[in-house]
Structures are given as structure tokens and as C-alpha cells.
Design a protein around this ligand. Sequence first.
Ligand SMILES: Cc1ncc(COP(=O)(O)O)c(C=O)c1O
Length: 383
Amino acid sequence: MIHMFQPSVGTEELAAVGEVFESSWLGYGRRTKAFEQEFADHIGVPAEGMLFVNSATSALGLTMELLELGPGDEMVLPSVSFVANANTVAATGARPVFCDVDPHTLNASVADIEAVLTPRTKAVTLLHYGGLPGDVVAVAELCRERGITLVEDAACSVGSRVDGRACGSFGDISVWSFDSRKIITTGDGGMIYVRDPELARRAHRLAYHGMQDRGAFAAMSNNPQRWWDQEIHEIGRRLIGNDLTAAIGRIQLRRLPSFIQRRGEIAETYDRLLAPYPGIRRPPQPPEGHVSTNYFYWVQLDPRIRDDVAGDLLQRDIYTTFRYPPLHRAPLYGSDAVLPGTDQAAAATLLLPLHQALTDEEAQRVADELIASVEKRTLRQAA
Ligand SMILES: Cc1ncc(COP(=O)(O)O)c(C=O)c1O
């Protein structure tokens, strides 16, 4: 089976985990702090605002707490978003308000977002679809003008850039995911960056039982005679990462440039092989100055044949999928939004396998099988 996603973990990660075992310190400690520092350096933001947590979903839940979102508030997000984006909003009693996306990029434009802002809008989430940077400069400007918080979901955009600046460095709060399907993985894990230093300190407290973060190995108390005393400031949760997974993350981060390079090569191979076929629309090229991680490689097909083509490929041991099924169509949220760009994208889009371990031969096989299936299904449609 050719998989959609596949982690690249090997001997270096194993050695790093072995070192953690030998140190006998598996929990939150100096490796976690080092990972936060290195990731902050990679994004180009101060490390004080960076926190390694156990998933991006935890980071999103924490975001909603930091925003003090509640009944009567609205948060805007693209309908083509991961389910946790809407669930973490709805769980607070606030209303997730879904905006449209461009049918080709699957990113929300400034106009898409502006169209659904109301006086109750407290925050906007901008997703960089499949690692392709969204219109983040203009959206950040819009949010600043309106006094609305911008949350960047950079879960798939760990190396995406706009004019040299990392995705995730534009928002007031940003999240990344390191789950097992992501470009760099810690098994499960995520990062949250909180720009405002006071709010960042609150994020640290809320992520660990409401206690002040004192850094790796530090006593919980200010009192040197009773280091076991606790300073509990508010009700918190238990969302922090640990040294075992951070050790894996540090290696993965070091390997990231080679991962992104390889993903770019595979995307170029698909582009080249699929270019002669007008029935297979390729993903957009990022504009000048924008760098994509190529987390997703998506093609767009005649909606009448898309599902059958996916079925044909599965029969040939090639797994494809579509992310993210539109949330405005999920009955849970009771949305009556009319989003034609989203519906168009959801009916036509298919993600092809793309991971850094995919070989050129496998990419060729995926393209060959896709072309054969599209040709066969198109002929049947015409008959
Ligand atoms: C865009 C996006 N945001 C958030 C998440 C949640 O990440 P995690 O699995 O780390 O909770 C995902 C996971 O697939 C995602 O794709």
C-alpha cells in the first residue's frame, strides 16, 4: 500500500530516546525547554511565548481559554478546517462561524473572512491549507484594524514562509501539530505560540494545573525551605509535553529542511507527470516569495468521477483522501452558511500520497494509476 502520510523516524530519533531513558528524566524538563527554544528560533519569535504541549488540539483548547471565549461570542474559521478548530470553539458556548474558501487554493481570502465578521466576532482562525500559506499579511492587517485576535493554525505549515517570515509568526496565537501524520512528528504533540508576554505566562499556568512555570527542574515554590509548596493561581489543565517526545522533536526539527526539500521534489514530479492532462487540475503554485511545505498535494477532478477514481486507486493499493470535509455541512454546528467555493472544492478535490519517504517510482505509479483511472472514468461518463 502506498500511504498518504508516513513519518520519517529512524536511528537518530531512537538514539535520542535512548539518551532520555538513560537520563531517567522522562517528563517535562530541559529537553522540552530546549525544543521550545529551538522551535522559537526556527519560527523567529521569542521562546518565552512558545510552549510544547501534547497535541495541537490541546493548543487550540488552550487558545479558546486564553481568548475567554464564551456564549455570545463568535469565532470565524474556514469551513475547510480540522474538526478540532470548531469543537474547541463550540465547547466554550461560543459560535463557530464558517467562512468560504477559494475553490482552488482552499484558503480563505480577506474578502471571505470580512463577509462573515459581526460585532460579536472575537477572533479569526486562519489555516494555511496543506502548508500553502494563506493571505496572512492582509488577514493580519484586517484583524488589527478591527481589534480582532488572529489565531494561525499552522499545524501543516511548520516550514511555510511568506517573504522570508514563518507562517505562525503573524498571529496573536499560533499552533502547530506534531501528530504521527505531520511533516515532523513526536508521535503526538503540538506547539503553541502566544505573542503577548502576560498572556503567554497565563498559557503556561493553564497548561499545568494553574501553576506558575518555573522552568525545567525548578521547584514549584518560591520558598527555599519548602520547595514542595504549590502556588496555584487558577484552575488549569494538564497539557504539557515531555522530554521523551521533545527529544524526538528536536531531531525532527533538525531534519526538517531535508524533509521539505524532498516533499518539493515529489510535488514537482507530480506536477510534471500530470501537466499534460487537462482533466486533472494540479494545485496552485505559491505566489512569488511564498514557500509551501507541500504537506498536501491535491488534484481537482470532475466531481462526477472523483469518488470512483479514489476507489480505483484504493483497489490498486494507493490510498488517497480529502481533507477537510466542510464543517458547515456537519449537523452538530447547525450552520446555515452558503459557501459555494467550499462546496466546489469539497466535491472535486483529492489528496495524493505525499511524504518524504515516497520514492520516485511510487510517485510515478500514483500518477500512472491516476491518469488511467481518470481517462477510463471520463470515457464512461461521456458514453
Ligand atoms: C489543520 C489542523 N489543525 C489541527 C490539527 C490537530 O492536531 P493534533 O492531532 O496534534 O491535535 C490537525 C490534525 O490533523 C490539523 O490538520
